[in-house]
Design a protein around this ligand. Structure first.
Ligand code: AMP
Length: 227
């Protein structure tokens, strides 16, 4: 009888350890973040075009970030993982086009992609390996053409100011989901449209309503700068 009791206790202890380990890399949803290069480059820090040339006048991917419903997020989840360029060689031209680096000094992009994989991607290793992670970001960008959506609503990168509400509404109308919007301030103190946050389920494929919208510091009217 006594033995049975200890055996049960052992099983319970074992299961709780297994559960803790299994849930270590879990997360609730992804933020898929796209960025307007014209705004990124207009901030005081400026920018450098990648070695492959000036990116297209289009939203670029910033990242695909595992997140928790309470607003916190896991980061740098696998200290053993290293970024391996050779795993994404087949995606190179797509990454250069859709996930361009704008950091200085000018480089090819590996530094930015490595940062995104190590900080955020490794926290999605229960779903994606490195190749799948970047492929998922590219597929999401293909699915969500923000420039087209805004264009259709008469919102264009022409240096004019647009109501934050109309930007949000245009994306909600087209996707069914409310986006989060981040702004920056340029050297002339203009509030500019910098990043658009959308939410994706844990499979990394389907857009969902954001469990939590990031707090954006945008004025009620924001500039959509030329690029
Ligand atoms: P994260 O750590 O993923 O939140 O991203 C923030 C870091 O990414 C900051 O150091 C930014 O300067 C950098 N960053 C954001 N966008 C870009 C970009 N297009 N190219 C290079 N670095 C970027």
């Amino acid at each position: 009888m006594k033995h049975q009791y200890f055996f049960k206790l052992l099983i319970i202890q074992y299961l709780s350890v297994v559960c803790l380990c299994a849930s270590e890399d879990n997360f609730d949803f992804f933020y898929f973040v796209q960025q307007w290069p014209g705004s990124y480059c207009d901030t005081k820090q400026s920018c450098c075009y990648p070695k492959t040339g000036k990116p297209a006048a289009d939203f670029g991917i910033h990242g695909l970030w595992p997140n928790y419903k309470d607003g916190s997020y896991p980061s740098n989840c696998d200290p053993d993982s290293v970024f391996d360029k050779s795993q994404i060689s087949d995606l190179m031209s797509k990454l250069q086009k859709s996930w361009p680096t704008l950091a200085c000094p000018s480089n090819e992009g590996f530094k930015f992609w490595s940062h995104e994989w190590i900080k955020h991607g490794t926290c999605s290793e229960s779903v994606f390996d490195q190749h799948e992670y970047f492929e998922a970001g590219l597929k999401l960008k293909d699915k969500l053409n923000l420039l087209q959506i805004l264009n259709n609503a008469g919102i264009k990168p022409d240096d004019k100011f647009y109501k934050l509400e109309s930007i949000r509404d245009a994306i909600k109308e087209a996707t069914g989901f409310t986006p989060g919007i981040h702004c920056n301030v340029d050297s002339s103190h203009n509030n500019q449209l910098l990043e658009i946050y959308t939410c994706v389920d844990t499979s990394g494929t389907e857009f969902i309503e954001c469990p939590l919208l990031p707090k954006g510091r945008c004025a009620s009217s924001v500039q959509f700068p030329k690029f």
